[in-house]
Design a protein around this ligand. Sequence first.
Ligand SMILES: NC(=O)c1ccc[n+]([C@@H]2O[C@H](COP(=O)([O-])OP(=O)(O)OC[C@H]3O[C@@H](n4cnc5c(N)ncnc54)[C@H](O)[C@@H]3O)[C@@H](O)[C@H]2O)c1
Length: 401
Amino acid sequence: MADPVRLAIVGAGGIAQSHLKGYKMLKDAGYERFQITAVCDVNAENAAATAEGIEKNFGGARPRVFAQVGEMIEAGVVDGADLCLPHAYHHTLGGECLRGGIHVLIEKPVGITIKATHKLIEARGERDLVIAGAEQVRRGLPSRAIHWAVRERGMIGEPRFFTQEVFSFNPLDRSTYKFGWRALKTMGGGGMLVDAGVHFSDMVQYVFGPVETAICTMRTIDETIINIPDVPPQPVDVEDYWIASMIFESGLTGHWSWSQHAPGRKLSTRMYYGSEGCLADRQEWMHPFQFGADLIRKDGSELSYEEIEKQYLDSLSQDEKDQLFPYGITDPFAIECWDFVEAISQPREPEFGPEEALRAKALCFALYESSELGGQPVSVEDVRLGKVGSYQEPINEYWKI
Ligand SMILES: NC(=O)c1ccc[n+]([C@@H]2O[C@H](COP(=O)([O-])OP(=O)(O)OC[C@H]3O[C@@H](n4cnc5c(N)ncnc54)[C@H](O)[C@@H]3O)[C@@H](O)[C@H]2O)c1
C-alpha cells in the first residue's frame, strides 16, 4: 500500500487518547507511514475534541469527523480504522469496516464473545485485510524482558505455581458512560475479568503457555441501575469479585482473585514460583509484569528487574531491537500502533491477531463458564472451540451473533 496509511480513530473515549499518544511518539520519532484522517464517535463532543487535539498535536489538516461508521466508509478517506469502542461494537462496527475494505485494529477483547471474534474473521472473508488486536501489555519492554527471562533463560527453573490476588474497596462509579457499559453483560460481555482481565489472561499464557483447565466462582454485589444508550435500563449484572484457579498444559497451577468490593484492608500479592526461585511482580493491578519483576533465587540471591532488563537488551541484535522497539520506543501503545501500520503497509501479519485474541479471551470465558456451572472445571479449549458457552449464549442471542 502507498504511504501514508490513512487512519481513523473510531470511538474517541478514554483509551483512544493513549493510542493517540502512541501515534504522536511515532510521528515525533520520524515515522511517516500514517496520517490520521478521520475521527468517528456518536458522542459529538468526544469526536470534536479528539479531532481538534489531532490537528493541534500532529499538524496538517483537521481529521474529518463522523458520527456513523457507514458515513466514514462512504467518504473513502480511510484505509485503516483503530477501534476503541465498547465491547458490544467490536464485531458490529469492526465487521462493517472490514466489509467496506478497511483494515482494523480492535481494542481488547476483540469481540464481546468468542462467536463475536469469529464474526469478525467471517466479515473479512477472502479480503486481504489486517485484523489486529490492541493488546499492549505483552509488547512493553518489561513484559518482553520477563518473557525472555522465563522462557529463554529459565530464570525460575520449571514454573510450578503462582498467585495473583488483588483486593481493595474501590467500587466503580457506574453513573458514568465508561463504567456504565462495563456494568452490563450485553455491553461488555462480562465485568473486569474480561476487561482488564484479558491482559492477565494473555500475559500468563504468553509467558507460561496455554491453560488447560479453568475453575472459578464469582458474584455481583453492586445493585445500581444502569442507564446508557442502546440497551434498556437494568441493574448491574457483571461480577464484582472472582476466585479462580487454572491448570496449565505444562502442569503449572495458578490462583487468580480480584475484587474492588473488599472493605477493610487491601490485599495485593503477585508471586510466581518455579523450581529454582520466584518472580515478585512489581505491578499492583491486573497486568502481569508490566512494570517488571524481581528474581529471588532459592539460595536467597536476588536479581533486580533493572538487571534482568539490561541482560535482555544486551541479548538482542540491533535488527531484533528495531522490530521489537521501533525507533527505540518502548511505549507499548506506540508499538501496537506501529505494528498495525506496518502490517497494512508491508503487508505482513500483525504481532497480535484474532487467534491470539481468541486464546486470551477463551481463558476469561472459561472462567465465566465454570462459575455459570457452579464452579465445575472447564476446558479452555472447549470454550475456544465453542463447545461450552452457556454463559455467553444470552449475549450472543441479544446481538444475534
Ligand atoms: N488496552 C488497555 O489497556 C485498555 C484500557 C481501557 C480500555 N480499553 C478498551 O478500549 C475500548 C474502549 O474503552 P474506553 O475505556 O475507551 O471506553 P470509553 O467509554 O471511554 O469510550 C468509548 C467511546 O466509544 C464511543 N462510542 C460508543 N458507541 C459508538 C458507536 N456506535 N460509534 C462510534 N463511537 C461510539 C463512545 O461515545 C466513547 O467516546 C474497550 O474495548 C476497552 O476494553 C483498553
